[in-house]
Write a protein that binds this ligand. Structure first.
Ligand code: DQA
Length: 250
């Protein structure tokens, strides 16, 4: 049974922190004690991508839900290897993580990554990133539709916003959602920072943050995000009180 899948299907926001592969012996312990829900392993930013190293890093986070990301260069990542190697790495990690993230644009390996996720009861996040701009409504809707058709359990859209209109267009995707896969919607950039705390209220299932140094424009520090989520989402606050034996006050 995949507990992350159940949690993604509920209303209570989830908080992720992205990790490279430095100092994770310490950072994984800190994350567990601090209330992180999901550890996103940015394998594309690791210093090495051999199986032994990657699996050892995953193991450090075994007490948390884990999400494996091997982001392509085309969508702002650092993966330099061949697509067959990336697929092999997804096949290696899929049985030991709770979710994998694959770009919709990675058409050459997308069906195989989703199939390997299915075989392992691992959540398939199909993602779209645009570091330049937020496309028009039809294009955004087409991304959601195409990702759903490809078999996504969750569709993630992360785009740069330059105006209130961009932000509202992203928000409207969440408001308009009726059925289909769960959504994660993120507005990048200074104007988009607000989305990291308030889009969960519209149904965005996971908000990404960082401990140490940021992974994306407008991302907020974990502790700040955690504090704000406790303040604005009573269910999140209660869950954290139960999990961490926190005092009631935020
Ligand atoms: O795609 C996302 C979201 C993100 O880009 C952000 O904007 O917080 C951070 C990435 O690590 C993650 O894979």
């Amino acid at each position: 049974m995949n507990t992350l899948r159940d949690r993604l299907g509920s209303e209570t926001p989830l908080i992720a922190v992205s990790f490279r592969d430095s100092d994770n012996e310490r950072l994984s312990k800190e994350a567990m004690g601090a209330g992180v829900d999901v550890a996103e392993l940015r394998i594309d930013k690791f210093s090495r991508a051999d199986t032994g190293h990657v699996l050892a890093q995953v193991k450090l986070f075994r007490e948390l839900a884990t999400l494996a990301t091997i982001r392509s260069r085309e969508e702002g990542g650092h993966w330099d290897g061949a697509e067959e190697e990336r697929l092999e790495l997804f096949r290696t990690v899929a049985p030991v993580v709770d979710a994998v993230d694959i770009e919709l644009s990675s058409r050459g390996i997308l069906p195989e990554v989703i199939a390997t996720a299915r075989e392992n009861d691992t959540v398939a996040v199909v993602s779209y990133h645009n570091f330049e701009a937020t496309p028009g409504r039809q294009e955004l809707e087409a991304v959601v539709r195409d990702a759903a058709r490809a078999g996504a359990d969750v569709v993630k859209i992360s785009t740069m916003v330059a105006s209130g209109a961009d932000l509202r267009r992203l928000a409207s995707l969440l408001v308009a959602r009726e059925d289909g896969p769960e959504l994660i919607v993120i507005a990048m950039g200074a104007l988009g920072a607000v989305s990291r705390v308030f889009f969960p209220a519209l149904g965005s299932r996971l908000t990404y943050s960082f401990i140490g140094s940021s992974f994306a424009p407008g991302q907020l520090d974990f502790h700040e995000t955690f504090h704000l989520l406790r303040q604005f989402y009573p269910d999140f606050n209660q869950r954290k009180i139960n999990e961490l034996s926190l005092f009631e006050a935020v």
